[in-house]
Design a protein around this ligand. Structure first.
Ligand code: SAH
Length: 344
């Protein structure tokens, strides 16, 4: 018999489950409190031993077990976590003055095949359960003793490829009964699964959507991101506009600067043109990411002067541009550097 994934349940589901085991409702509240602290059934001391045994026989608590922990000079922590079946994923805790943000993985491996990214080198191994996304946060809070204030779904995997589990996770994490992390402090990044962007717009979640754009013409984008052959820039940006119109939420565009590929002033103007063509009337914000090193890939970041020229060209076109601060580069914890097994 397959065991019940208890950490993927919301409070009502958990209560119904506990009642179905013939137990009184108040036990659910006790168990819920323990689960948020990262306890396993054996540690739930205020439950009768017989109930702990019954739970362990019928259910499991997803855990993210620390296999390796690296701390960067800048305070960023990268965890290599192991799931119950041995799958490994990474999470990164970034410490800012305004609070702690965790970057979590949504899949073990990634099916999308972007040319510059380490996470996709071995393809998709499997999708993570809602509980396995939650457990990355719970384990990190337990390890550091610090609260996580914000979440970015920008680790390994494509969140919209694991749509139902990601949505369940978002509702669990945002619940006032649960970790209670406000949707405004959550960002979801996608390489551009257009059909799912449309679906997400209907969910009424005040999260921030980030779009990995990375190029302003289809030829360049298709060479960097295979997904562009399925949904091109016009389709993607049209979906972004519809998302904005439906939700009123601003969208952030991510643009990785790769030397000699997409980083000239001409490219910056082309980017501004395409954003105005399909997204005029929307607040336009571009997050520039100088490409991070991935040994197997060999792309080089743009020169500092080139990055500045790119950003000021966008600003001159009234598009706000920020250059993403590179955190944790000394521990390979920056964008696109997360992977399962490297160095193990
Ligand atoms: N699959 C989602 C979530 C990953 S988020 C997505 O594609 O958006 C990680 C971000 O880092 C994405 O914008 C991704 O394109 C970017 N990225 C990947 N590899 C990178 C690299 N080597 N340097 C800089 N950014 C990279």
């Amino acid at each position: 018999m397959e065991k019940t994934d208890i950490l993927s349940m919301n409070k009502e589901e958990l209560t119904a489950y506990i009642v179905s085991l013939g137990e009184p409702k108040f036990r659910a509240a006790q168990i819920w409190g323990w689960l948020l602290k990262g306890a396993d059934f054996s540690e739930m001391k205020n439950l009768p031993a017989a109930l702990r045994t019954k739970l362990a026989e019928n259910a499991f608590v997803a855990t993210a077990k620390i296999v390796r922990k690296l701390v960067s000079k800048d305070g960023t922590i990268k965890y290599l976590y192991e799931m119950h079946d041995g799958e490994k994923i990474e999470s990164v805790l970034m410490r800012y003055k305004h609070g702690n943000t965790i970057c979590i993985s949504t899949e073990a491996g990634c099916p999308m095949g972007c040319a510059f990214c380490a996470s996709t080198l071995k393809g998709l191994s499997r999708r993570l359960l809602p509980s396995e996304m939650l457990s990355q946060i719970i384990s990190t809070q337990k390890d550091t003793g610090e609260r996580v204030d914000g979440i970015v779904l920008m680790g390994i995997g494509e969140p919209l490829d694991n749509y139902d589990n990601v949505l369940k996770f978002l509702r669990l994490v945002g619940s006032p009964d649960g970790l209670n992390i406000g949707y405004r402090h959550i960002s979801l990044s996608t390489c551009g699964l257009v059909d799912r962007i449309g679906k997400l717009a209907e969910e009424n979640l005040a999260i921030t959507l980030s779009i990995s754009l990375h190029a302003a013409d289809d030829e360049t984008r298709s060479s960097l991101m295979p997904v562009n052959k399925k949904w091109n820039i016009e389709q993607l940006l049209t979906a972004c506009r519809a998302y904005f119109e439906k939700t009123g939420r601003r969208i952030s565009f991510e643009y990785t600067l790769v030397r000699g590929k997409n980083d000239t002033v001409k490219d910056a103007n082309k980017l501004a043109d395409v954003l105005y063509k399909y997204c005029s009337g929307m607040p336009l914000h571009v997050n520039l990411i100088p490409v991070n090193n991935v040994v197997e890939r060999g792309f080089l970041p743009s020169e500092k002067s080139g990055i500045e020229a790119f950003a000021s060209t966008l600003e001159g076109r009234r598009i706000t541009a920020t250059v993403r601060r590179t955190l944790g580069s000394d521990i390979d914890a920056s964008c696109g550097q997360l992977r399962a097994e490297h160095g193990i």
